[in-house]
Design a protein around this ligand. Sequence first.
Ligand code: PAF
Length: 287
Amino acid sequence: MIEVVASIAALRAILEPARASGATVGLVPTMGALHAGHASLITAAAAAPCSVVLTTVFVNPLQFAPTDDLAAYPRDLGGDVALAERAGATLIFAPTVVEMYPTGAAGVRTSVRVGVVSESLEGAHRPGHFDGVATVVAKLFSIVGPCRAFFGEKDFQQLAVIKTMSADLSMPIEIIGCPTVRELNGLAMSSRNRYLTDSERTGAAVIYRALQAGRETIERGSRSAFDVRAAMRAILDASPVVASVDYAEVVDPATFAVPEPLEGKLRLLIAARVGKARLIDNVGAFA
Ligand code: PAF
């Protein structure tokens, strides 16, 4: 039977003796509103195998801008617990904001900033977002202790920020990136998809098609970031459901710089607004 705890002390009281008797811990940090993408991370942690499969459910106020609607972020702890248990979780940590930030979200004194990889793309369009992510994930790592932590490649830049933080601060955590789970039409699974109407959900698959068009441009021999961007933009701009595009970019996945000419391992990333949702997605490529 899955156990649900809300306090740091209760979580440690379970993890410390478990680890002392040889248990390995798999951590899947989430903001709840769990879907098949999260389930795949939990299943990966169970299959690793990790004996304790811990899912955290915490809508982290630090990673929302004042203009984002934090209050409207979907919350359904009962549904999350049921889905997590079916996927193989054995433990849920669902703290309150006061438990995580005793001085209040606005009064947080210590925050973590990861240089370079957090500055472009999402970092440029959502100032402060990655500081909020790095701070809460550093805090979760510190609460949980040595573990394997599973994150989706759908948030590819977030994964790079977390890997960089963990390496730079010598955290005793093995970070594991897991493939993006997609709907049948190619749309990447996201908690934000629930903001889409049925026709927007169908139309939003254009983001994946644009990424594939960018990758095909490289596969056909272009080594120009301009060509790749143009191929992605042409598809997005022709779509009736795409209201705006924040970026359609190709980068070196290690540095997030745009290589000219394109060379070696690459990542193509898009952020676009469809209806009320801002959607992100990415694919890998090789030049
Ligand atoms: O990817 C998410 O859901 C969040 O950014 C994370 C990693 C759980 C931190 O709040």
